[in-house]
Design a protein around this ligand. Structure first.
Ligand code: G16
Ligand code: MG
Length: 214
């Protein structure tokens, strides 16, 4: 029945939120803003520039910077973040992901990455799953980020798969919303109370059972 699985990256196949947090925290410090882990939850799945906007709004500093200055700040954060993820290896791939990919390939089901991150291709390479992935959506090529459906629709369109034959896998509320508004079956990874709009929720990626879904 299903021909394409579209996986979110952060929180689904690997964990980069700590590195994003450390890089934002350092950047925020440099401009006199203090953020904590609780606030960081609001940045999950959110694009780089929108994350910066949320940090500035949180500190009531949204109007203190020009658009050019904001771009410079976001770039500075990303340079720092990129240095942190350079250390990533196959060890950083969540348990069960490789087996799941092998299982999907056996069944002739395609695999795409639908991440908000522009660093997704680098991470896919470092995690050693380049050969498993049929397509990585470039978030710069779509109009709207999550919770809009664009990223998920782009994967289906590019691989020529009907929406009704796609499954999206997400750990963030905004991501589940994006999958549902794309009209796809939504698999949530995390807390079923938080991800209550998902069609099915598993605690971790390794808990996914294809037999439940097919
Ligand atoms: C990830 C993270 C977000 C990050 C975004 C953009 O989303 O969860 O915190 O801001 O990517 O990342 P970058 O700055 O690398 O372009 P996802 O969709 O993989 O969960
Ligand atoms: Mg995520």
């Amino acid at each position: 029945k299903y021909k394409l699985f579209i996986f979110d990256m952060d929180g689904v196949i690997t964990e980069t939120s700590e590195q994003h947090y450390q890089a934002w925290k350092q950047l925020a410090n440099e401009i006199g803003i203090e953020i904590d882990r609780k606030f960081n939850e609001k940045l999950k799945g959110v694009s780089r520039i929108e994350s910066l906007e949320r940090i500035l709004e949180y500190a009531n500093k949204a109007n203190d910077f020009t658009e050019d200055e904001k771009l410079e700040l976001a770039t500075r954060k990303n340079e720092n973040y990129k240095e942190m993820i350079l250390k990533f290896t196959e060890e950083n791939l969540f348990e069960g992901v490789k087996d799941l990919f092998d299982e999907l390939k056996k069944r002739n089901i395609k695999i795409a990455i639908g991440s908000a991150s522009k660093n997704a291709p680098t991470l896919v390479r470092l995690l050693g799953i380049e050969n498993d992935i049929d397509y990585i959506v470039n978030p710069a090529e779509v109009k709207r980020g999550k919770p809009a459906p664009d990223i998920f629709l782009k994967a289906a369109e590019h691989l020529g798969v009907d929406i009704s034959e796609c499954i999206g896998v997400e750990d963030a509320e905004a991501g589940i919303e994006a999958i549902k508004s794309a009209g796809m079956f939504a698999v949530g990874i995390g807390d079923s109370k938080v991800l209550n709009k998902a069609d099915i929720v598993y605690g971790e990626t390794k808990d996914i059972k294809l037999e439940d879904l097919m």
